[in-house]
Design a protein around this ligand. Structure first.
Ligand code: PLP
Length: 402
């Protein structure tokens, strides 16, 4: 094959994917420790089964597929109206946000949506991304050739990084260089922290003044416990003119395997909305009917109660990790409005060194912060998605052995 025909930008991606590096390290450890009893607190996947209301809805929808009168073939690429309307009723109306169901685009994942959305933008737009953050925003732009080259300090030359650290209380400053696309993630993966109303207003005002667009990822919005914190960017005045919002059922309803998410592109964004509609109609076949019925069921009174109970379970685990580590004298952030705990390492310890030390002394696995961006160096992510009792054992080991 002629190498010249391939996309050259893939070669600029950081070497190996974070989680495969970690998996390799665990495998090596197991190779030399036959009786290892490893507890995984690095997992970013849910572990609680799908709620009964959604399972029931799926069974019913499957039965409909078996009957000539109720069978469905290709569905609307934007999602069925019943789900688009349920999302508005269940997520936006209760927060005082008016939204047209036509602005909701149902999809099979926020990962695909946050990556695919950049197809709508010119090749030379400048981007700003939080640091640290979910790696897909950066990597998908590297693939598209927008980022320049990786420098020695781990930053890409053409990207503006929005440092989010304990020093600025995880509230990033406005971009120092002119940018046209700004990614924000709240609650943030990996820090578990939430952007305040003031911070969001600052970014919305900046975007409206400069003509920039905000890409707001709210995949963990249902974990926010304080009702006064913003759950959606559209709670901020002016946001409909400058922001697209991504939401997912993955962490809300245990749909990481089932697959369902949605993206809001308000009418106010005019051309961009029609472009996204066109993109989805051309390249996407819609989410299957059975799954959309399952997603709809979450917004029934019983479905919502069950969903809240699952989230509470994860948040109880998060609170336990937070309080146990704090009581042991460690500094941790997050875990109050997100299932992630962001552990600040001591004495300048590197996050991959700490990974090895934690595995070696406690047989506990987490995720090195540096995998989420240069500002993640010196931090470590633990998640509350694991089994509660196992997590308790892990914390005991940390307190006794680390
Ligand atoms: N956005 C953030 C911040 C995430 O952490 C994740 C998954 O871990 C996603 C999006 C992906 O969501 P989905 O499963 O809908 O693709």
């Amino acid at each position: 094959m002629n190498e010249k025909i391939v996309n050259p930008y893939y070669d600029r991606l950081p070497g190996s994917y974070l989680f495969s590096t970690i998996a390799k390290k665990i495998k090596e450890y197991q190779g030399t420790h036959a009786n290892a009893d490893i507890i995984r607190l690095g997992i970013g996947d849910v572990t609680t089964p799908i709620i009964p209301a959604a399972i029931e809805a799926m069974h019913k929808a499957v039965d409909e597929m078996a009957c000539k009168n109720t069978f469905r073939g290709y569905g609307p690429e934007q999602g069925y109206d019943f789900l688009r309307e349920a999302i508005i009723r269940g997520e936006y109306t209760p927060r005082g946000v008016e939204m047209d169901p036509d602005d909701v685009f149902v999809s099979d994942g926020s990962k695909c949506d946050v990556a695919n959305i950049q197809e709508l933008f010119a090749a030379d737009v400048k981007i700003a991304i939080p640091d640290p953050v979910y790696p897909v925003y950066l990597d998908s732009n590297v693939m598209a050739g927008r980022t320049g080259f990786m420098q020695e300090d781990g930053h890409f030359s053409e990207v503006t990084y929005l440092a989010s650290t304990a020093e600025n209380n995880f509230q990033p400053e406005l971009p120092k260089n002119p940018v046209q696309l700004i990614y924000l993630c709240s609650p943030n993966n990996p820090t578990g922290t939430v952007l305040s109303r003031e911070t969001l207003q600052k970014f919305v005002d900046y975007a409206n003044e400069t003509g920039a667009l905000i890409l707001f990822d709210g995949a963990y919005n249902c974990y926010i416990q304080d009702e006064s914190l913003p759950h959606s960017i559209y709670e901020i005045p002016g946001a409909r003119n400058c922001a697209i919002e991504f939401r997912s059922f993955s962490k809300t309803a245990g749909f990481t395997g089932v697959r369902c998410a949605y993206t809001i592109v308000p009418h106010e964004l005019g051309k961009l909305r029609s472009m996204w509609n066109r993109r989805q109609c051309t390249k996407f076949n819609g989410v299957n009917y059975v799954v959309q019925r399952a997603a709809e069921s979450i917004y029934t009174p019983v479905g919502w109660e069950q969903t809240k109970a699952v989230i509470k379970g994860y948040m109880d685990t998060a609170a336990m990790i937070r309080s146990e580590l704090t009581a042991a004298g460690y500094t941790v952030f997050g875990g109050e409005h997100a299932p992630y705990i962001w552990w600040k390492l001591e004495n300048g310890e590197k996050s991959f060194d700490f990974f090895d030390r934690l595995l070696g002394t406690c047989e506990v696995v987490g995720t090195p912060g540096s995998g989420f961006g240069p500002c993640g160096e010196g931090y470590f992510r633990l998640t509350a998605f694991g089994d509660h009792e196992q997590t308790k054992v892990a914390l005991k080991r940390i307190k006794e052995k680390l």
